[in-house]
Design a protein around this ligand. Sequence first.
Ligand code: SAM
Length: 431
Amino acid sequence: MSARIAAIHSVVAVLEHGKMLDEALPLAVTGLSARDRALAQELSYGVLRWYHRFLPVVDRLLHRPMNPGELDLKVLLLVALHEMEHLRTPDHAAVSEAVAGTRLLGKPWASGLVNALLRRFQRERVQLLAEVLQDPGARLAQPRWLMEEMQRDWPGHWEQILLHSNERPPMDLRVNSGRCTRAQYVQVLADAGIDSHDSPITESGVRLTTPVNVQDLPGFERGLVTVQDLAAQLAAPLLGPQTGGRVLDACAAPGGKATHILEYCPGISELVAVDQGADRAALLATSLRRLQLTATIIDADARTPAQWWDGRSFDRILLDAPCSATGVIRRHPDIKVLRHSEQLPKLEQLQAALLDALWPLLTSGGRLLYVTCSLLHRENDRQIEKFSSKHKDVRVLPISATWGTATNCGRQTLPSLDDTDGFYYALLERL
Ligand SMILES: C[S@@+](CC[C@H](N)C(=O)[O-])C[C@H]1O[C@@H](n2cnc3c(N)ncnc32)[C@H](O)[C@@H]1O
């Protein structure tokens, strides 16, 4: 297996079988060297990042549509275009790798076709790209439904936000304040030859100048640090857990925010961490173990507390709701092809049901932090507006901050604003 073939197999698994790339890729790169694994990652993420730009180019190069059974050949062409346009692979090498790839895919009959199409792209690329880029979907490299939603919700900013969603994300860390200070860890990084700087928007955050492999982070296995986008590190301080208080994290896996709550306020009496499915609960347990933290893990549907709640109310509830994930497209470009507008109503129903079910578990004077990694008002402000108009005992608290932008009910971080993922936060108090 070569890096390019592994990339092709994982992109096909996403496009054809709806698999998530970060599940498909590790399977496809088994047995490859570290260098080839890194190349397969670059190619597969790149192809999906630029899919809506290069697919129309491939379609123009082909005189007639390819059989659905030849999706792997289409992806092979997308890999070559990504290499020619965005990587330092010389054109001739990208072409010859693609031609060799037809044989590795068991389709040597396609080598002449692939060679001819890519040579034609080399000759006509300026004109071809100019034609294709007239379409906003190709220019912004985004699906049409998302452009329409964004245009409606963020008039004046939507193109900037979507363009920034195509950038490679930085690598951010959260320093475990129970184990060392941020200044100490930045020094540990410097001693290991890793350049970094403090986050201006969180107390625990550090941004690396250049991403590294997680295994190369000093003290990672010992729990000194967690990889987490800076915007996600805003959740624990906004929730404001108090010493002696009882906290519920209702959608907790894999535990990024749950473990931060425990690091941020080690004096809470209990953290109850709910998620649905044994695999999700296992991920939570792994995160807690690495960071040497303790929580009560419950594998359950958070919408039905009658089945798992012991009747003792919570002072703080974090609802990091399942959502479209349109705020994390730069980290997960497969979202562009895996998400469709038809999925949104179901997600909205789930978010509303979670809010309704969890609210009675909150003590009077307690706070619920509603979080999504969505850019869409229908999952964010709209959801909170509907909820607060339905319940008389809800006060929407203002969030004043230097980061993000204020919305009607909360605050939104944006890749185009703070160079972070796009998170939405709304803080609700129970009267
Ligand atoms: C945005 S992720 C949570 C990320 C997590 N808070 C973190 O910071 O690592 C949403 C989670 O909600 C969980 N989920 C979805 N529906 C649920 C339900 N009905 N009850 C409990 N958890 C649910 C998913 O399994 C997923 O782990």
